[in-house]
Write a protein that binds this ligand. Structure first.
Ligand code: CIR
Length: 266
């Protein structure tokens, strides 16, 4: 296993806060249950750690109800980190909180600044490029700012489109290996994955698309048996984690961590 786009030594997560009941959601299907969310979160952290990774678990931030979804606050690359500028006003302050944590691991930290917006959930890093979907949270200017921030590190950024009504680009896709993407049919139909092998989520199991490849594991939300079987048959080592509470806030497996291998510090 060598793929730098899914092989990580570290991850950062943040425990859910009691204020999670005020988290953003497209459709209200009821308040998340904190105790159950905490259990799912603990299972998720255990899965990350089971691969040998060092996982930093931050304390809850009551002032930011959505701060458990740490992925949106930053992009971590082998050379450095980029602090995002979330498009949701209630989430703007999460970026600065994450910047402080990133400084433990990175010397080179870039920051997306006013007036641009970009959230980590819209960013899919593959072996050869960084795909970023425009969305209600991520503007073309934000994508251009990211492109400028990572150019010196040798990364190319390609702007794509998050489907209308979908929160983030990665709500509908995940990286499985160097050449393979798990995606909903609706996102794949946009043509953005030309040149990749694409495995589709099963009909009616679109929410399974927010999965992560983390070292040897494909960590996916439980409750999507046909997609899990497809991935299993394709040879992936599937690990299912309860996601009922995060799902009430449009969250899935990728949102709950930042995954990275920090550069050696000299
Ligand atoms: C939000 O609307 O911002 C949160 N309730 C969910 C964020 C999910 N994050 C992600 O997909 N990366």
């Amino acid at each position: 296993m060598t793929g730098k786009s899914y092989t990580f030594t570290h991850a950062i997560a943040r425990r859910p806060s009691a204020s999670i009941i005020d988290g953003l959601r497209a459709v209200d299907t009821g308040a998340p249950d904190l105790a159950l969310f905490e259990q799912h979160h603990a299972d998720y952290i255990a899965a990350l750690r089971s691969t040998g990774a060092e996982v930093t678990v931050l304390d809850p931030l009551e002032e930011y109800p959505d701060s458990v979804f740490v992925e949106d606050a930053a992009l971590c690359l082998p050379q450095g980190a980029v602090v995002m500028r979330p498009g949701a006003p209630s989430r703007l302050g999460e970026a600065e909180e994450m910047a402080q944590t990133l400084a433990r691991f990175y010397d080179d930290i870039q920051t997306i600044t006013d007036p641009h917006y970009i959230e980590g959930g819209d960013i899919l890093t593959t072996e050869k490029e960084i795909l970023v979907g425009t969305s209600a949270r991520t503007t073309p200017g934000g994508i251009d700012a990211l492109r400028a921030a990572v150019a010196d590190w040798g990364h190319s950024v390609r702007e794509v489109t998050t489907p209308a009504g979908v929160l983030h680009f990665k709500t509908d896709c995940s990286l499985l290996d160097e050449e393979t993407i798990l995606a909903t049919k609706r996102l794949d139909a946009s043509g953005c994955f030309e040149g990749y092998r694409v495995i589709h989520t099963a009909e009616g199991e679109e929410a399974a698309a927010n999965t992560i490849r983390f070292n040897a594991l494909v960590i996916m939300p439980s409750g999507f048996p046909r997609t899990a079987q497809t991935l299993d048959k394709a040879g992936y080592n599937v690990c299912e984690i309860g996601n009922s509470e995060a799902a009430k806030l449009d969250g899935g497996m990728s949102c709950l961590s930042l995954r990275f291998s920090p550069p050696a510090r000299g």
